[in-house]
Design a protein around this ligand. Sequence first.
Ligand SMILES: Cc1ncc(C[n+]2csc(CCOP(=O)(O)OP(=O)(O)O)c2C)c(N)n1
Ligand code: SF4
Ligand SMILES: [Mg+2]
Length: 320
Amino acid sequence: MTALSGSPRDPSGTLGGPEAPAIPCTEECLLRPGNTNCGGCGMGVGLTMLGRALAEAGETCTLAIPACCGIVTAGAFPTTSYGVPTVATTFASAAAFASGIASIRDLNEETGQVICWAGDGGTYDIGIATLSAAAERDENIIYFCYDNEIYGNTGGQRSSATPPGARTTTTPLGKTEEKKDILAIMAAHRIPYAATLSIAHPEDFARKIHTALSISGMRFLLMHSPCPTGWKSEPSESVELVRQAVSSGLFLLYEVWGGRTYRMNLEPAWTDPAEYYRRQRRFGDDEIDLAATRRICRERFERLKVLAEEFPYEETRAEK
Ligand SMILES: Cc1ncc(C[n+]2csc(CCOP(=O)(O)OP(=O)(O)O)c2C)c(N)n1
Ligand code: SF4
Ligand SMILES: [Mg+2]
């Protein structure tokens, strides 16, 4: 693969060759200024953190992005906010598309990561067939799902990642079903690496990107992604919200290798989840059964903790 403009391998910081106008692009900036993300969007923070980790590792990437806020944010053709080659795929085909790009890269012995960047709708629901197929074939890609728990780009319909109690345009009285456990589904494919990430825990986030970069084959990363527009929350509270999701045990940080060995990254502080719900107007007052929520969170954590104790991941010397 040829060096990418503005990537760590091409310090010129220009896009599209010598005749193209120079577009500033710092080596840490995957998603550049001019994008159309809402204020406080977790996806933008996640892309920045991903770009920084890629730059630290001296890596570059090609993005495959299905229909979602992540592709719309690039702006209208012929301009783009992405500083790397980016393919817009149909909703259902992102993982298949990425598999094709990665196969050609590997056949040509080119370098660089192929990263699928997809929302929860494109991952948990509409793209799950091609995602499962790519996982079963152990395609050499990183699949990154930013989970804002809603079909955000089309005005906020429920997805199978929407949590119970959340009001969306298609669940005006609050969703009644549990969230799908996508990490367990992906781990069940016995892919080399699966992990959850939070933008409120940047060191853990960066370490997991570096771990994913050090492994080949199918890697699946799931990020809890605050969405002030869909969550009806204050943009300035986005990072605090996902921090509370981790501290209350609503979103657990852990890693799974080969579907066999586990590592819990943090024991929740078991803070009161009430504050997390109160700060988002997608949840109605007193509609969440807090006692049941606490119990479910504890159970999920205890189950994973047993797995991590019984089947711990042993770090090799090189990884430490
Ligand atoms: C097959 C198909 N169905 C529906 C749409 C319309 N659509 C575009 S983006 C989107 C929502 C995507 O949700 P998600 O994947 O969670 O990403 P987000 O918008 O939340 O970032 C929908 C329904 C489409 N483009 N293609
Ligand atoms: S709708 Fe949500 S995910 Fe989409 S750009 Fe706005 S804040 Fe980000
Ligand atoms: Mg979404």
